[in-house]
Ligand binder design. Structure first.
Ligand code: HEC
Ligand code: HEC
Length: 171
């Protein structure tokens, strides 16, 4: 091994070590896994954000996937093969960390305690803007929503909002 190769090997080792540390970060559990099936993006991203599976517990995903014909007032049915493929992937990547373990009302991410707590400071009028319409429309306010990145530094001001969004840090 010449010096250059050795240096390179060291850099790789250091990068791997850092990557191994990353899951300890507070937000990394929310990230979109790397192996998203195309069917998930296509089918479950057709009407709204393809939500990161880590945002709901396995039980909630299971109920959602077995009631797709009556999906929050929509018919989101899939053929059996797709339902099985997407369902299995959601089960494998469902949220397991402490605050996601509890099943929220209506199996909604937007009804979880952590969601309500994190959005306590958002102006009530903000949710009603035409560019937002629903709290489930994460991408209207979070620049990294497709990748499961919801950190404060990627916040967008939704179209039509007259002030930049206030954001104070909590917990
Ligand atoms: C035909 C349109 C449509 C398709 C396709 C669809 N959904 Fe939905 N979904 C909706 C609607 C409408 C809501 C309610 C949104 C709201 O209240 O703002 C919703 C809400 C949700 C919510 C709750 C969001 C919240 O409030 O926290 C989850 C989770 C969800 N969908 C998952 C999925 C998954 C998984 C798939 C794919 C299997 C899927 N959806 C496919 C229309 C759809
Ligand atoms: C109307 C705009 C808006 C919508 C829609 C919205 N958020 Fe947020 N979100 C915010 C703001 C503003 C903050 C920062 C709040 C604070 O710091 O007080 C935030 C904070 C967060 C945080 C905490 C980030 C951190 O670094 O602690 C998470 C996680 C989050 N949002 C997830 C979501 C998810 C998931 C959705 C969709 C289901 C969503 N948000 C929809 C505006 C929004």
């Amino acid at each position: 091994m010449n010096t250059h190769t050795r240096l390179h090997a060291l850099t790789v080792a250091a990068t791997l070590a850092l990557a191994a540390l990353a899951p300890a970060q507070a937000d990394s559990g929310r990230r979109m896994p790397a192996n998203v099936p195309a069917a998930y993006t296509q089918e479950c991203g057709a009407c709204h954000l393809a939500f990161p599976p880590s945002l709901l517990p396995a039980k909630s995903w299971q109920r959602l996937m077995t009631g797709l014909d009556k999906h929050y007032g929509s018919d989101a049915s899939l053929d059996a093969a797709l339902q099985q493929q997407i369902g299995a992937w959601l089960q494998a990547h469902a949220g397991t960390y402490k605050r996601v373990r509890e099943e929220p009302p209506q199996d909604r991410i937007t009804r979880t305690e952590w969601f309500l707590r994190k959005h306590r400071e958002v102006e009530p009028t903000m949710w009603k803007l035409a560019s937002v319409k629903s709290a489930a429309n994460c991408g209207a306010c979070h620049g990294g929503a497709e990748r499961g990145e919801f950190d404060d530094d990627k916040l967008l001001t939704p179209a039509g909002a007259d002030t930049r969004m206030r954001h104070a840090r909590h917990d």
